[in-house]
Design a protein around this ligand. Structure first.
Ligand code: IPE
Ligand code: IPE
Ligand code: MG
Length: 246
């Protein structure tokens, strides 16, 4: 059954963020190496990117590699970086065909130069695309992002560019890596884990959280539709009472 028709297009989340988890367990279940799970995970990436763009979701942010993931075995890190390069090369066409702009957040300076180069090229090539912004969180950690924000703002205070009294939420927003993105409306995590793992701590303050046991390589367009339908059933009160909303 196609769940797409159950989605209210006038009430789509403006920003969906996904913690793509479970590649390793998926591979293990099949008696394969973890790398096999990561390879198959890229198919799910294409599915959610296409499905989001087709629906009209304006912002999709995918957690692809965390600051903590650098602690994984060297070979796995290497495999992931290689996969990133080949996916960027392969998917540029999907991005162009679907009018999608690629963006990235994280300590991008820590990425191997080949990854950084490929990423920069795809970002440059797609910078005028306007249907959807796809943001990859790479070497991303929310605490690192917040530390960086504090440092940048402190420097501006020191140099009399901003007065301490003027610091408000919008100034913090402007100094985060996600500066051009709206707050997250819907946060999805696959694989059954129910934690945030240092992802977008500031930006998910009022996000609706959706956890599914589906492992990332099994996640399809229909699974995304299911999450959006569930999101649309929730009442987002933002501190108010239900009566105030109606
Ligand atoms: C998510 O899958 C991909 C990355 C974190 C890069 P995992 O590799 O974390 O898979 P599990 O959690 O071990 O199953
Ligand atoms: C979170 O997944 C990071 C990404 C999906 C890129 P992990 O698998 O690394 O998270 P933890 O360590 O189990 O919390
Ligand atoms: Mg994991």
């Amino acid at each position: 059954m196609d769940l797409k028709s159950d989605i209210l297009l006038e009430a789509l989340p403006k920003h969906i963020a996904i913690i793509m988890d479970g590649n390793g367990r998926w591979a293990k279940q099949k008696g394969m190496l973890r790398a096999f799970g990561h390879e198959n995970g890229t198919k799910s990436v294409r599915q959610v990117v296409e499905a989001s763009a087709e629906l009209g979701v304006e912002n999709l942010t995918l957690y692809a590699f965390s600051t903590e993931n650098w602690k994984r075995p060297k070979l796995e890190v290497k495999t992931l970086m290689k996969l990133l390069i080949s996916s960027l090369k392969k998917e540029i066409k999907t991005l162009q065909d679907n009018n999608i702009k690629l963006s990235a957040i994280g300590s991008l300076n820590l990425l191997p130069s080949k990854v950084y180069k490929e990423l920069s090229e795809v970002m440059e090539a797609t910078k005028d695309n306007a249907r959807m912004t796809l943001t990859l969180a790479l070497s991303y950690g929310s605490r690192e992002e917040l530390l960086n924000t504090v440092k940048e703002i402190s420097n501006k205070v020191k140099n009399n560019i901003i007065s301490p009294e003027a610091i408000d939420e919008s100034i913090i927003n402007k100094h985060l890596y996600t500066q051009n993105l709206p707050d997250v409306d819907l946060l999805i995590r696959t694989s059954g884990e129910q934690r945030i793992s240092n992802f977008l701590l500031w930006q998910i303050a009022y996000a609706e959280l959706y956890f599914t046991h589906t492992l990332w390589p099994d996640f399809t367009k229909q699974d995304l539709y299911k999450a959006i339908i569930e999101y649309q059933k929730r009442e987002r009160r933002f501190g108010k009472t239900s009566e105030q909303l109606s």
